[in-house]
Design a protein around this ligand. Sequence first.
Ligand SMILES: C[S@@+](CC[C@H](N)C(=O)[O-])C[C@H]1O[C@@H](n2cnc3c(N)ncnc32)[C@H](O)[C@@H]1O
Length: 243
Amino acid sequence: MEMHENGNPLLDYFINNNGKSIYKWLHYFEIYHRCFERYRRRPELKFLEIGVLNGGSTHMWRDYFSKDAHIIGMDIDPACREMEKDGFEIWIGDQANREFWAGFKQKHTTLDIVLDDGGHTMEQQLTTFQELFPILSDGGLYMCEDTHTSYVTSFRGGLKREGTFLEYVKNMIDELHAWYHKSDEEISSGYLANYLYSVQVFDSIVVIEKRRKAQPFCVMIGNDQRVGHGHVLMTNVNVRAEK
Ligand SMILES: C[S@@+](CC[C@H](N)C(=O)[O-])C[C@H]1O[C@@H](n2cnc3c(N)ncnc32)[C@H](O)[C@@H]1O
């Protein structure tokens, strides 16, 4: 039986960690557990952590997810290869390098969860999302942390500055609602419009859920004059923005 002093097994693990060090903002633990809990027992889950550092967090993920989960680590620092001794699959490279991801994707054609805790610059966060979101499984989760760097000049951030990860996320909200302002042709050719199921923004963490979407429709159900006895399906409801 597992002991959860805080009702959050990740926070318990962190507080009691006497193995390899883990480096985290404390409020992330609630967000992790809230978002990852439903994947915990998923058999053969494929989880990629970008930013291994000393390896403590990679061990924590292995402890948290099911025993047959596949936990993969990626870091620019070759010293992280050391983690292979503990049985982890480790990739060494620069997350801002698209060629690196091309090589990675030759081996991994799908992932269930990606956690970006790497270098946190705008280029790194954006390139990694653009490269990996397409290979997330249907129902998969993409988490990018330390997104406050979108406001920090040394990471190429700045309040409402064009090209930051958080400005990109703000635009994602429009893509998620593509049905209401784009043409059918634009929607069918737009990847994000078809796969962005939700975008959750927390303090310094963004979580993007991928799910294949179909055209939304609404239904009226009841037993009155308008409906008769049963339901009415209303497609093509005219709610598209005018251009
Ligand atoms: C914040 S630490 C990771 C902390 C770790 N996940 C933990 O919770 O203890 C960031 C890591 O990202 C790595 N990193 C920095 N720039 C990177 C890049 N361009 N590509 C891949 N990894 C990078 C660093 O070497 C470092 O190990």
